[in-house]
Design a protein around this ligand. Structure first.
Ligand SMILES: [Zn+2]
Length: 377
């Protein structure tokens, strides 16, 4: 494990930190509540951002719900992805305006339109227990991605990991129109959610992740660095994600975007029914990353890993991606020698022509992601 180029006196000891103390004893029953919801336009289309509180930690976990049919007055009748705790009436004095301001409304808000939602009742069907086969047949099974916060990868475009790209790819993929289950020749809006958990650095927090990065610069991989700092290789938990999925009615049948078998198992233990796993292939490992001629002058160069950005390749990123497969059991095929390991960082900008097809390598036997299309710069 110890790289040969690290001086011996350095590799010997890291002073262990005192264990962190939870702010309060964790209640037996986990309760989540959506406190607010709003429409946010993104490069991939409109989404609804949800803010969740819970009684297990003091963090604000987020959900990006992609269900644009909710904004379409002409959409056929269907059950939407909605939070039961948000649509609930919180107390007797709560006015319709109170409820609308926190996001408990239907359709799209405007200066002339604001309709409060109705509370979900146990007798009313959940989105996936709908009474009519019409509803079940006309909308695809929702796609869910459980994503853990990564300030470095998502906000400042760090190319030490692929978190920014994965977040962007998840929103893009879920937003992509999909064939109607009943009439496959007809495309219907994509639907699903990205559960965004505030567990930075595989759960060790930003401060400890920064320390781990310095160990990585000395030659240790992401797993070894975490262990040397006294942490587990992965300290994330998915109980809160599962509770949020239940609140959104996403617990009875979903397709899960992940390469991580531990995430699949964690959800299964929580009683979430995953109908299908959809793999996420890193853009730098997919065929489009080998394309040449996209780095020429005059092209727009968007953020490499930001929402709506292109693909990034780099030595640090390559090492991180390989560690996830070789040391953490992620379900991906390593790229062939046709994808040489980069020795320096490059960014693939958005291609200049519209509708550039980017083929993503599917894992055999699994549903491939739709091809990526890009807009004019
Ligand atoms: Zn990251």
């Amino acid at each position: 494990m110890s790289p040969t180029h690290v001086p011996g006196y350095l590799s010997s000891q890291i002073t262990p930190k005192s264990p962190s103390i939870p702010p309060w004893p964790r209640p037996t029953e986990l309760i989540v509540q959506c406190k607010a919801r709003t429409r946010v336009p993104t490069p991939h289309g409109p989404v609804f951002l949800h803010i969740y509180h819970n009684n297990w930690d003091s963090k604000e976990h987020l959900v990006v719900v992609i269900d644009p049919a909710q904004l379409d007055e002409n959409a056929p009748p269907q059950e939407f992805i909605r939070s039961r705790s948000l649509d609930a009436r919180w107390h007797d004095e709560e006015t319709d305006m109170d409820r609308i301001v926190r996001g408990a409304y239907v359709g799209r808000l405007s200066s002339t339109r604001a309709a409060p939602s109705r509370p979900h009742t146990p007798s009313s069907p959940s989105p996936l227990e709908s009474s009519t086969s019409d509803i079940l047949d006309s909308v695809p099974v929702p796609i869910v991605r459980i994503h853990s916060e990564c300030f470095t990868g998502e906000t400042i475009g760090s190319m030490r990991c692929d978190c920014g790209e994965q977040l962007d790819e998840a929103i893009r993929y879920i937003s992509h129109p999909q064939p109607s289950p009943r009439t496959p020749e007809r495309l219907v809006p994509g639907r699903g959610a990205v559960i965004y958990l505030r567990q930075e650095g595989r759960g060790i927090g930003l401060l400890e992740k920064i320390r781990a990065y310095n160990l990585q610069d000395m030659g240790y991989d992401t797993v070894a660095a975490n262990l040397m700092l006294g942490h587990g290789a992965d300290e994330r938990g998915y109980e809160i994600a599962a509770a949020i999925m239940r609140d959104l009615g996403l617990d009875t049948e979903v397709r899960l975007l992940t390469n991580n078998p531990e995430k699949m198992e964690a959800l299964r233990k929580e009683g979430i029914i995953v109908k299908e796993r959809l793999p996420m292939v890193p853009r730098s490992w997919s065929d489009h990353a080998n394309g040449t001629g996209r780095l020429g002058g005059g092209l727009r160069k968007p953020g490499a890993t930001m929402i709506g950005g292109g693909a990034a390749r780099g030595a640090d990123l390559e090492k991180y991606l390989r560690t996830k497969v070789q040391r953490m059991g992620h379900l991906l095929e390593l790229p062939t020698p046709a994808h040489p390991q980069p020795t320096h960082d490059i960014v693939l900008p958005t291609a200049p022509s519209a509708f550039v097809k980017m083929t993503l390598s599917p894992v055999s036997g699994l549903t491939p992601l739709p091809t990526r299309t890009q807009r004019e710069p």
